[in-house]
Design a protein around this ligand. Structure first.
Ligand code: ADP
Ligand code: ASP
Ligand code: MG
Length: 440
């Protein structure tokens, strides 16, 4: 069985959703289809949640009406038979009524997550109605029945696997199984999610859980490009990446993959393919354990980074200083992305400012602090790039007029990272395209 995940743009228009159904139907193997919400829906649901949270009931209801209209016209173009239209209308009533009910009850974070879950519930149910109309035999497997988090809010893979395998077994007669990306239940049994862009993570987790032959991520571009195509004009798809390279690129900002989406596939050695719904014959990118060639494969940028510098003469010849600093971040469960040290100062970066104030208060006991916000980590990723000749001299040309705040080299042989102010990002990505990839 293979996994095919379709992102928001791949199902965001009725004609695209129809194309997804034909793509799935023409597969020889049985398929577990993972769907995102229609493009734009999760953003609207975030907005609706914010309006309810702010007590702006009327505005929330207006936003719900507007979203419902969008879905009504989507259904009109997707479904033509009377009976299937009634089924689709019923789906809309169920989920839009659910959204409206929130006007009467006290708002909570659990309600916010319930609201966010409606997008994937809607897209999968409408896709199922369309498959029925097309006489495509299939089963809808509710992600909320098997996709569970443990007490650390990490996916509980063994339990996911047991539950999902049982559901797959109960539907062995079906060649097409459909489930929701992104949504899950936390250890308290509440509806939760895998964070924005989380459908990729669902796809990799379910592929690992059932031992899929391949995990295909279908999106609106022909694979992982060498640079961010939203910022740099002349980019090209990378044919092959190792799991490690793909994981670094995803973690360091390549939006095509959710930051955590590589490890489940990597752990279970399931190849991942990044494919283009708009051009299904394009080669895309294969991510696998097969050996890859040396050299820089791609660069990526991770936004909204905070840099903290701790200066202290007490560091001089002292041991145990770094441990004390790390303990503060461990206490507040805040991962550190980059770190550089000198004899009297440590600079490090985080991307999660949830506990920033408390962290700074504790760190201030160790020395003088400087905090820089709105920084960006720009990473070069590729097999053994730190020993590839010429990289550093080309890099020097690319950063010649860029105010680099931190530089990380040698932590991994496959990654070179720089921290720069947000306003320097575009220029740096463009100059890297020129100096590292020889593109204009
Ligand atoms: P989906 O809705 O299918 O999950 P996303 O919008 O999350 O799609 O991811 C695909 C987008 O990622 C592309 O349209 C592209 O703009 C962006 N992107 C950013 N960096 C890269 C990269 N290095 N290679 C390919 N796409 C990238
Ligand atoms: N719908 C969710 C989002 O927009 C999850 C996803 O699309 O991957 O973030
Ligand atoms: Mg995505």
């Amino acid at each position: 069985m293979k996994v095919m995940k379709f992102g928001g743009t791949s199902v965001g228009r009725p004609e695209r959703m129809k194309q997804v159904a034909s793509l799935v139907a023409e597969q020889e193997e049985s398929v577990l289809v993972v769907l995102s919400a229609l493009s734009g829906t999760t953003n609207s649901l975030v907005e609706i949640g914010n309006l309810f949270a702010a007590g702006k009931q009327l505005e929330a209801l207006q936003a719900i009406d507007q979203l419902e209209k969008h879905y009504q016209s989507f259904v009109e173009q997707l479904i033509s038979e009377k009976e299937a239209r009634q089924d689709a209308a019923q789906v809309l009533v169920e989920h839009f009524d659910f959204l409206r009910i929130n006007q009467g009850i006290a708002f909570s974070e659990a309600i916010r997550r319930d609201i966010l879950a409606q997008g994937e519930l809607l897209s999968t149910k409408l896709f199922s109605v369309y498959c029925n109309e097309q006489k495509l035999s299939h089963a809808l497997l509710p992600a909320l029945n098997f996709m569970v988090l443990d007490q650390q809010d990490e996916p509980a893979l063994p339990m996911i696997s047991t539950r999902l395998k049982a559901l797959v077994q109960a539907n062995v007669d079906k060649k097409i199984l459909i489930t929701q990306g992104y949504i899950c239940r936390n250890s308290k049994g509440e509806v939760d999610n895998l964070k924005r862009g989380g459908s990729d993570y669902t796809a990799s987790l379910v592929a690992a859980a059932i031992g899929a032959t391949v995990c295909e991520i279908w999106t609106d571009i022909d694979g992982m490009h060498n640079n961010d195509p939203r910022i740099v004009d002349n980019t090209f798809p990378v044919e092959h990446l190792s799991f490690d390279e793909a994981a670094e690129l995803a973690y360091f900002g390549a939006k095509i993959l959710h930051p955590s989406s590589v490890w489940p596939a990597q752990q279970f050695q399931i190849p991942v393919r990044l494919l283009n719904t708009l051009d299904p014959t394009a080669k895309g990118t294969l991510i696998s354990a097969a050996p890859v060639s040396a050299g820089v494969k791609a660069v990526a940028a991770k936004d909204n980074i905070i840099a903290i510098r701790i200066k202290s003469s007490r560091m001089l010849l002292a041991y145990g200083f770094l441990r004390k600093i790390f303990e503060v971040f461990e206490k507040y469960r805040t991962p550190i992305d980059m770190i550089t040290t000198s004899e009297v100062a440590v600079s490090l970066t985080i991307d999660n400012d949830q506990h920033l104030q408390a962290i700074l208060e504790e760190l201030s006991l160790f020395g003088y602090l400087e905090v820089d916000r709105e920084q960006v980590i720009v990473s070069l990723v590729g097999f053994e790039i730190t020993s590839t000749p010429g990289i550093l001299s080309n890099l020097a040309l690319a950063v010649k007029d860029i105010p680099v705040r931190m530089f990380s080299y040698g932590g991994s042989p496959h990654n070179i990272s720089m921290l720069v102010p947000a306003e320097a990002k575009t220029k740096l990505l463009q100059q890297l395209n020129k100096e590292i990839f020889g593109l204009r």
